[in-house]
Design a protein around this ligand. Structure first.
Ligand SMILES: Nc1nc2c(ncn2[C@@H]2O[C@H](COP(=O)(O)OP(=O)(O)O)[C@@H](O)[C@H]2O)c(=O)[nH]1
Ligand SMILES: [Mg+2]
Length: 219
């Protein structure tokens, strides 16, 4: 195994040791703002729970549901055996039947979290490959830019398109991001086919600096 592959598979091992930590109804009730965390965000139904389950190789870690948006909880997972390294599942946005004032309240909270949270090392933004970067996704990107937070976009459910069409959307969306002057990385992802997991693990491992603290522990 080459060194690079070894590094990524070590990241994957650490990420696969994800454990549920707590659900917080508001950002005020988050774990202490120390260490490092990566947050996953996206519209309801974008495939966030499925992506977290595929990435961590755990069927039920993040509940995948066909009735999205019911509970607006922020879910924290610890990675490896370290409370100071976290994966955060943010509430899905854009769910039509959520009342307007609740939506506004969540937008304010989300923005506050992205801008103020010191331990937040990066944002994984999930967007359905068939309708990428909707209005609120762009809003998230702008907040991340204001917060100087690195973003990695997953074009989810890539299995829904043929190979050529998915590559096309990848290129087009990349160009759209460049036009918005947002220096973000982007990849194809399919939880169904377990496609894109290594690429995602590498980005997360680098953001969380899993290499520096962890590599010797998993050898
Ligand atoms: N074809 C396909 N469907 C997916 C994929 N990921 C999620 N889905 C489906 O999309 C729907 C929403 O997924 P879920 O993970 O609950 O989305 P969330 O609301 O963002 O957490 C469910 O019906 C999933 O089965 C994928 O990679 N491929
Ligand atoms: Mg979900």
């Amino acid at each position: 195994m080459s060194q690079a592959t070894n590094k990524i598979s070590n990241y994957q091992k650490i990420i696969q040791q994800a454990k549920f930590q707590l659900s917080a109804p508001t950002f005020k009730l988050c774990p202490f703002d120390t260490g490092k965390e990566v947050a996953f965000a996206g519209r309801s139904n974008a495939g966030k729970s499925s992506a977290i389950n595929a990435l961590t190789n755990q069927k039920q870690l993040a509940r995948s549901s066909k009735t999205p948006g019911r509970t607006q909880m922020i879910n924290f997972f610890t990675l490896g055996n370290n409370e100071e390294t976290r994966l955060v599942d943010l509430p899905g946005y854009g769910y039509a039947s959520v009342p307007e004032d609740m939506k506004r309240k969540w937008q304010i909270e989300l923005e506050e979290y992205l801008v103020e949270r010191k331990s937040l090392a990066g944002l994984v933004l999930l967007t359905d490959i068939r309708r990428p970067l909707q209005y609120f996704d762009e809003q998230m990107l702008h907040w991340a830019k204001d917060a100087e937070l690195p973003v990695h976009v997953l074009l989810t459910k890539a299995d829904k398109l043929k190979y050529g069409a998915s590559k096309n959307t990848l290129l087009k969306t990349k160009m759209q991001l460049e036009k918005l002057d947002l220096p973000v990385s982007i990849q194809l992802f399919s939880a169904l086919r377990k496609q894109g997991i290594e690429e995602l693990a590498e980005v997360m491992g680098n953001w969380l600096e899993l290499g520096e603290h962890w590599l010797e522990l998993t050898e």
